[in-house]
Design a protein around this ligand. Structure first.
Ligand code: GDP
Ligand code: MN
Ligand code: MN
Length: 251
């Protein structure tokens, strides 16, 4: 055994669930994953938002959108179909950037380019909206799993100030979004003052790494052995009145 292995401890296990079909509207994702994986209490199930959205019938035809003048103007800035821009606006409560890409706040509080509407892995000319309320979806899926597990719904997103995309959590249940380290002592006995750790995003990023982005067909990942704070009701979506960046994006 090498020295580095001898000096390590096992921490968590990661499982990629294989064998999920192309998901259609009405598919029962909880039953599907349960038929392929033997869940234990404490497991964390991560699901790509794409399959949750598909099962919830969030497909839309571009023909169904009738762009307003504003959508037409934004479409020129961002180089997109005005009907697509209208779909994004319909899913949004606020536009933060309307060029060179469309960055919005979704109805459920997540900030994302194009409101997370996907045109890849959809399979035809339709677009796929994010789940209407991913937190509610996560809660339902957790109940349907029938175990004391956590469920995190992920999406691949760009990040400000950093190149490249990564997975983030857009809905979760059975797990607190944030781990509060405040008051915990550091290595030298000094109490931490402000550290809130966005654990659902950290887990989502790891899940996204295992899911892949293209034709892998692996939208479900399970983590076992991870210690996480239970509960919920908290959020990684920055409250508008606490956000110092958002107002500066407004022209
Ligand atoms: P997003 O990050 O939620 O937007 O989802 P992606 O489109 O990046 O897909 C994430 C993973 O799920 C990839 O491995 C895809 O191949 C896979 N995936 C997407 N849709 C389906 C589906 O309907 N069935 C299966 N089995 N895999 C899918
Ligand atoms: Mn996506
Ligand atoms: Mn992705």
């Amino acid at each position: 055994m090498s020295a580095s292995v001898a000096a390590s401890v096992p921490s968590m296990q990661c499982f990629i669930i294989l064998g999920l079909p192309i998901i259609k509207e009405g598919d029962d994702i909880a039953s599907l994953v349960k038929s392929l994986f033997d869940f234990q209490d404490g497991d964390v199930l991560c699901l790509a938002s794409t399959i949750v959205a598909k099962s919830e019938g969030r497909f839309r035809e571009l023909e169904g959108y009738h762009p307003t003048d504003r959508a037409v103007e934004i479409a020129r800035n961002v180089g997109k179909d005005p009907r697509f821009v209208q779909a994004v606006l319909d899913e949004s409560t606020e536009v933060l950037l309307d060029q060179p890409f469309l960055l919005v706040v979704t109805r459920f509080g997540h900030v994302g380019v194009n409101a997370g509407i996907d045109q890849s892995n959809v399979g035809d000319a339709r677009i796929l909206l994010l789940p209407e309320d991913p937190g509610r979806s996560a809660k339902r899926l957790r109940t349907e799993l029938g175990k004391d597990c956590a469920v995190i719904i992920t999406d691949t997103c760009g990040r400000p100030f950093r190149a490249g995309v990564a997975g983030v959590a857009i809905g979760w249940a059975g797990i607190a979004a944030l781990r509060d380290w405040r008051g915990v002592q550091d290595l030298h006995g000094k109490a931490l003052e402000i550290t809130l750790e966005a654990i659902v995003d950290e887990i989502a990023a790891a899940a996204n790494l295992l899911m892949g982005e293209a034709g892998d067909g692996t939208p479900a990942v399970v983590f076992r052995g991870l210690k996480y704070p239970s509960g919920g009701g908290d959020s990684v979506f920055m409250a508008k009145d606490k956000d110092v960046i958002r107002p500066r994006l407004k022209r």
